[in-house]
Each structure stands twice: as C-alpha cells, then as structure tokens.
Design a protein around this ligand. Sequence first.
Ligand code: UT7
Length: 324
Amino acid sequence: MIARSQIIGCGSYLPARLVTNAELAAKVDTSDEWIVERSGIRQRHIAADGEMTSDLAIAAATRALQAAGISGSAVDLIILATATPDNTFPATATKVQRAIGMKHGFAFDIQAVCSGFVYALSIADNFIKSGQVQTALVIGAETFSRILDWTDRTTSVLFGDGAGAVVLRAGRGKGSSQDRGILSTHLHSDGTHHDLLYVDGGPSSTQTVGHLRMEGREVFRHAVINLAAVVGEALSANDLKASDIDWVVPHQANRRIIEGTAKKLGFPMDRMVMTVEWHANTSAASIPLALTEAVGDGRIKPGQLILLEAMGGGFTWGSALVRM
Ligand code: UT7
C-alpha cells in the first residue's frame, strides 16, 4: 500500500460584481464580438473596493471545508497559490489560517501565476506522501483586476477575480491508476520566456505593484504546445490513453487554447470543463473554480479520472492526474 492524497471537498467564491464585455467596450477600443471570437469570454467577476485576495480565499476555503465536513482546526497545511497577494509579506495564506481557526501546522503562498494551483497541489501531495501532513488545504485565489492596465485592450478584457479551494487528506492505495487520489503531478518552467508574460513592477525592481504585460499571440502558441506535452506526460506516466480520462479541467485562459489542446490530444470537447465564458482568466483560481462547478453540478463523480492542466507566466506549466 502507498500513500495517496485524496480530494475530500472543494469550494469556490466569485465576487458579486459582474462586468460584461459591453461595459469594457465603453472604456477601451474593443467589442463584445472581438472578445467572444478571440477568447470565448463573455463576462468576468471583479472584486469590490476593499475586497482582497484573502477575502476570496477565505470564502472558498470555508466552502471547501464544509464540503469535506471538517473544521479548520483539522488542517495541517495551507498552500495558497496567488500572484496577487494582499501584501508583499506576510503570506496571504496566514490570513486564511487565522480565519479558519487553524493554530498548528503551517501556511505559505506559492507563486507560479496561472500554473499556481497545479504547483500548489503537487507540493501538498508531496508533503502528504512523505507523511509530514495528514490534511491540506490547497487554494488558488486572485484579484487580477488590481494588476491590469485598464487602458490596455490587449490584456484588460481577458482576466477576472475569484478563488477556489480543495481539501486533501492522506489515504492509502495499491499504487495503480485505480487508486483514489492524486496519481501523479508534472511541473515545468522555462525562464527564457520571462518577457512574454510578466508584471512590470515589484518590491525589488520598481517598489510599485506594476501592471500585467503580455505578448498574447506568442503566449498562445507556446500554451498549446506545452499543454499538449504535459498532458501526454501525465498519460504516459500512468500508462493511460486519452479515452481513459473522464474529464479534463483545464486552466481557463482562452476557449481557443482549450480547443487547440483538446484537438491535439484527441479529447472530445464535451469532456473539457469550460468556465472561461463566465469567469474569464482567473489565473491560479481558474482550475479549482472549474472543478468545484463540475463537482457541484454532478458532472464529475466519485471514482472518475480527471486531468488538470495549466500554463502561465515564467513560463510555468504543469498537469495533475486525479481519481476523484
Ligand atoms: O493564462 C495564461 C496566459 N494567457 C494566455 O494564455 C493568453 C494567450 N493569448 C490569447 O489568448 C490570445 O492571443 C489573445 C486573446 C490575447 C489575442 O488573440 P489573437 O487572435 O492572438 O489576436 P492578436 O493578438 O493577434 O491581435 C489581432 C488583432 C490586432 O490588430 P492588428 O494588429 O491585426 O490590426 C490587435 O491589435 O486584434 C487587435 N486587438 C483587439 N481588437 C479589439 C487586440 N486586443 C483587442 C481587443 N479588441 N481587446
């Protein structure tokens, strides 16, 4: 028998305020038609004034704990993936720790932008497999609205705010792909593409927060190649075929990236969980938001095999294969 990290609950939170493409078209030179055709996005949620990444994270974490039927004091580890923390330090995860009443264990943030949730899941899985942690809360939470240049039509129309969380608990398995839990994770980064997607500020460079800058067309090209490769890696590591996967829960950046990856790998689109239309790109929050939606509406069922995949600034990219 081997240790397996099992997902025992998930939860998400979206800020109340909805911003449509039409609303953005009144501010910058764009149109609903262009945004829908090029990205698939129709609307995004934007945090209210004073509503911070920690507020979104705490709401999602609370719902995930409720779904798991455990209290915050049972959590040993919190990993919060975010590129938009409340403060430069301390980690926003420690605010979640305080809010859920967790007094032991440890909490920290990780930064891998849109791949952050897959990175955080992989780190938590390794803590559980090593026996150091029994129960972990893995969160993706972002307020990208705070780092967008709202005068730049090439980036401001693509992102939204939100949070999602899962509770992982140590279980046992036989070491086969029939086991419940995380079967494998696969992480990559390539620092040579730093300048294609970055924020032009930070404490050590400009002493400002900065704004997101992106060469969209180039990022798109790399995304389809890297995502197809890292999904292929997850399948071959577990000796599985595309047809063995019940659902792919992709990072939600662009409908056309998801379609391109599905086509390259031979996944039918009706097995791809899609939320980009309604959430836009919520960076590290997009996968747990989509996962919570598909679990909540009954599409993803216990025992099914799901594949998570993401790509973001750095570049970073990764995948995780999980039996629910
Ligand atoms: O989360 C991971 C990181 N992000 C991504 O994965 C995003 C990756 N990239 C993309 O999703 C797409 O590249 C975009 C949606 C950003 C852009 O789509 P595209 O089909 O690659 O368009 P493009 O950048 O090639 O731009 C086409 C045209 C340009 O005009 P010209 O040069 O052809 O005259 C742009 O100036 O569309 C123009 N354009 C716009 N027009 C109306 C760019 N943004 C807008 C806009 N509204 N918002």
